[in-house]
Design a binder for this molecule. Structure first.
Ligand SMILES: [Zn+2]
Length: 89
């Protein structure tokens, strides 16, 4: 269930609302002063996540970085596999 933060215009308190519906309400009563004058805060984490995805798609350097990491990771696991294997007797 998504958690929606609301900032109070009167006292600045952050009220969090668990909302399972399609569209969360524009305002919820403030936890601290019970003022109805609140506004929904857009999630900071959601913004950063979408921004990172944009960068990953556009920057070719990122792909090369992933390739290198994948190759070295594969090499590492191969080494581990060989070390674990015992020769036939
Ligand atoms: Zn308040």
């Amino acid at each position: 269930m998504p958690l929606y933060p609301y900032r109070c215009r009167r006292c600045g308190n952050l009220t969090e609302l668990l909302w399972s519906g399609f569209e969360p309400p524009e305002q919820v009563p403030c936890d601290a002063c019970e003022s109805e004058s609140t506004y929904r805060v857009i999630g900071v984490n959601a913004y950063h996540r979408s921004d990172a995805q944009k960068t990953a798609r556009l920057d070719p350097k990122y792909d090369r970085l992933v390739d290198t990491t994948a190759k070295s990771a594969a090499g590492t696991s191969e080494d581990r596999l060989l070390r674990r294997m015992k020769p036939f007797e």
